[in-house]
Design a protein around this ligand. Structure first.
Ligand code: GLA
Length: 392
């Protein structure tokens, strides 16, 4: 059963009737362009086939009731809350994500109605594959539909606005200072393509990324690690970048070109230099990757992926043992390139591999983990899938 069917079935069991609408949104892996989004730079994600679905019907009493189907098959219910009572801090845990979206949409003038929501999905949680953004995007699209402004209708808000509203929910309600990468990937990716997103201009370009047609696979290694400082570490890096931009007198680090990098580093305090070096070189790597993909040279992006990892490990310092072991083992076993993906401090790595090497590389990663006494990682092949959409 698809997540949408599962959500609809759980909704019917819970509420004794079929849901009126259902929307779903995918998780993502970012091919390259990490920690560039909040620096007004470039990113290149693909959507995963894994999705979070929301089945819903409106309520007339202005109350938001949310339940989510756990991996254990048990429905977890949040305390139903009047929409008027939603405010940052009013909901905690997983319920903060759907509630925050309702709160953010209302703040933007969307006439959110009371609703029963039932959530189900198969995006691995805590794996750095953006399950929370998939959830938030699916909730946003559902609530917009119930408010009479469905994303596929004539009065739809612009997708960029929906992404921004989800970001407001994440930043101001959930309290995570994240950028626009994940929402945009979840809403706007398409099958067989990577999405080249210029965060400053908002421009989106679908770049063909069909690994199978050239005998390659994109292996995802979910390290199952999540280090406790992931949130503080993210915020610190972001503040460091903003401080560096201020000192350099630019709006964002996006404004520093590769040619200007050395001069910029000279005037910055020592501790900010590696951050700036990562962001400036990473933006350049994204552009080079897009050019290679446009030229049909998919296999040639491997070294760019690996350089990106080295930059995050040594300059941005957001890797960890589990990610480094995955990347090193994959490269030693013949991957064309490998890197951590997402926010860092755990989560997932990706490796670009020849299809015929996939098995051996997967085995090499598993053995390396076993040798180091690490929890066994979860491996799967990522095929670029469709972005968010209506299921019902
Ligand atoms: C997390 C954030 C994104 C982005 C990445 C790093 O996934 O949610 O906005 O900053 O980290 O590229």
């Amino acid at each position: 059963m698809s997540p949408a069917e599962t959500a609809a079935e759980a909704f019917a069991t819970e509420h004794g009737r079929a849901p009126e609408v259902a929307w779903s949104a995918p998780g993502r892996v970012n091919l390259i362009g990490e920690h560039t989004d909040y620096n007004d730079g470039f990113v290149l994600p693909i959507a995963l086939p894994h999705r979070i679905a929301v089945a819903a019907s409106p309520r007339t009493d202005g109350v938001l009731s949310v339940a989510t189907l756990g991996d254990d098959g048990v429905l977890h219910r949040a305390e139903p809350a009047p929409l008027d009572a939603l405010a940052p801090g009013s909901q905690t845990g997983w319920a903060a994500y759907p509630s925050g979206v309702a709160w953010a949409l209302r703040g933007q003038g969307v006439e959110v109605t009371g609703a029963d929501l039932v959530i189900a999905g198969d995006v691995p949680a805590g794996a750095g594959l953006s399950s929370s953004h998939a959830l938030e995007c699916a909730v946003a699209l559902t609530l917009l539909d119930l408010a009479g402004r469905p994303a596929d209708g004539p009065d739809a808000p612009a997708t960029a606005d929906i992404a921004r509203w989800v970001q407001i929910s994440e930043n101001d309600f959930v309290g995570a200072p994240t950028g626009l990468l994940d929402q945009t990937a979840s809403l706007s990716c398409t099958e067989s393509h990577a999405l080249f997103f210029d965060v400053r201009s908002g421009e989106l370009e679908q770049i063909p990324f069909d690994t199978a047609s050239v005998g390659l696979e994109l292996l995802v290694i979910d390290t199952r690690a999540k280090h406790s400082h992931s949130e503080s570490g993210y915020g610190e890096r972001r503040r460091g970048c903003e401080h560096a931009a201020d000192l350099l007198g630019v709006k964002a680090l996006r404004d520093v070109s590769l040619a200007e990098l050395d001069g910029a580093l000279e005037v910055l305090p020592e501790e900010l230099r590696p951050l700036v070096r990562h962001v400036v070189t990473e933006n350049e790597r994204v552009v080079t990757t897009v050019a290679a993909l446009d030229a049909g040279e998919l296999a040639s992006i491997g070294p760019l992926l690996t350089s990106s990892h080295v930059s995050m490990r040594d300059d941005y310092r957001i890797s960890c043992l589990e990610l480094d072991v995955a990347v090193d083992a994959a490269l030693e076993a013949g991957a064309l390139g490998a890197r951590m993906t997402g926010g860092g401090f755990g989560g997932s790595a990706i490796a670009l591999v020849r299809a015929q090497d996939r098995e051996a590389i997967g085995q090499a990663v598993l053995s390396s983990y076993a040798e180091q006494g690490l929890t066994e990682p979860r491996l799967f092949t990522a095929i670029p899938a469709a972005g968010a959409g209506r299921d019902r």
